[in-house]
Write a protein that binds this ligand. Structure first.
Ligand SMILES: [Zn+2]
Length: 89
């Protein structure tokens, strides 16, 4: 007499939930270009004021390091702000 083995699913719900959570939480640590651009004003103002923009907005800093487009945008903005602040007294 042969016994049939019951095949258990390799992935249970808990494992799946953990995987999804892992993906979600890693996404929280990154921002996209739109979000970066929204905070870029603030980031450059902080940098210009000599404050630690890196610490205040680490996600922007992280994005700038990985995205040349936004970095260029940031440098242009910084120059513009610099010009404005040196004009005004
Ligand atoms: Zn970007």
């Amino acid at each position: 007499m042969k016994k049939k083995k019951l095949k258990k699913g390799t992935l249970d719900v808990d494992t799946l939930k953990q995987m999804v959570r892992g993906i979600m939480s890693s996404r929280e640590d990154e921002i996209d270009c739109d979000e970066c651009f929204e905070q870029l004003d603030h980031f450059s103002e902080l940098s210009l004021a000599g404050k630690s923009a890196d610490e205040a907005l680490p996600l922007v800093k992280q994005h700038l390091e990985t995205c040349p487009d936004c970095k260029e945008e940031f440098e242009v903005l910084l120059k513009a702000l610099n010009a404005v602040s040196s004009k005004g007294g």
